[in-house]
Design a protein around this ligand. Structure first.
Ligand code: CTP
Ligand code: MG
Length: 235
């Protein structure tokens, strides 16, 4: 089965603060997006990477991909993204050529995911799961609250969820292509990950072990951590 990776990279990165679109910000001198593309291309199973770029930066993303070497075996495409992550993923799926039957969806904002995690996800899809999610146990206890009207005001606790049964999900999430396309055509409400759309179809979604280094670069402190991880890898 041929596998492609769709990389939604069209977000602004509001939580990271002012500057270039998040995927184009650099980590140790290399754009975050290039790290993410290399992380997907590192898997021998991935033959195509579809980058969903910020609409105003499509040409720049193309030239970045032209100048940063990828393995010989890996093709790439660049398409403009949409107003939400969900729309951007859909636009990436629309660009997939025939002959691809497994699709990974991977956040550009998770530039450091190790290849073993990518391969574990692909393997589980090959073994028959229509949707596969890498995830980790939580370090923090999670409480459900009644959100306050004024930001910063005390919020009443509604429930404490049983931590041992909770998982924090990462990407790449892996899918049978037809299943993911159907999920994106069927589910219209807003979701924050692709697997939840497959859950809504009533299909089986499974979790495999994620990795600490697959964390999402969301806030400024995450940039510090990402550069520290890269420095440690170079030792
Ligand atoms: N994404 C996208 N298109 C959008 C919004 C998000 O392709 N319209 C992508 C981001 O580029 C990122 C991934 O979805 O790689 C995960 O989203 P997130 O970490 O929330 O990134 P942003 O939406 O850019 O950040 P923020 O929410 O802080 O603005
Ligand atoms: Mg976002």
């Amino acid at each position: 089965p041929r596998t492609a990776a769709v990389i939604p990279a069209a977000g602004r990165g509001v939580r990271l603060g002012p500057g270039a679109p998040k995927a184009l910000r650099t980590l140790s001198g290399t754009p975050m997006l290039i790290h993410a593309v290399r992380a997907m291309a590192a898997s021998r199973a991935v033959s195509l990477v579809v980058v969903v770029a910020p609409p105003d930066d499509t040409a720049e993303v193309k030239s970045l991909l032209d100048t940063h070497a990828l393995p010989e075996r890996t093709d790439f495409l660049v398409v403009p993204g949409g107003g939400s992550r969900q729309e951007s993923v859909k636009l990436g799926l629309d660009a997939l050529p025939p002959g691809i039957d497994i699709v990974l969806v991977h956040d550009a904002a998770r530039p450091l995911v190790p290849v073993d995690t990518v391969d574990t996800v692909i393997e589980a899809v090959r073994d028959g799961a229509p949707a596969v999610v890498p995830a980790l146990p939580l370090a923090d206890t999670v409480k459900q609250v009644q959100p306050a009207d004024t930001p910063g005001a005390p919020e009443p606790v509604v429930a404490t969820l049983e931590r041992s049964r909770l998982r924090a999900v990462q990407t790449p999430q892996g899918f049978d292509r037809d299943t993911l396309v159907r999920a994106h055509e069927t589910v219209t409400e807003n979701v924050t990950d692709d697997a939840s759309m497959v859950e809504q179809l009533g299909l089986r979604v499974v979790v495999v072990p994620g990795h600490e280094e697959a964390f999402k670069v969301t806030r400024p402190l995450d940039l510090v951590l990402a550069e520290a991880v890269l420095a440690r890898r170079r030792l």
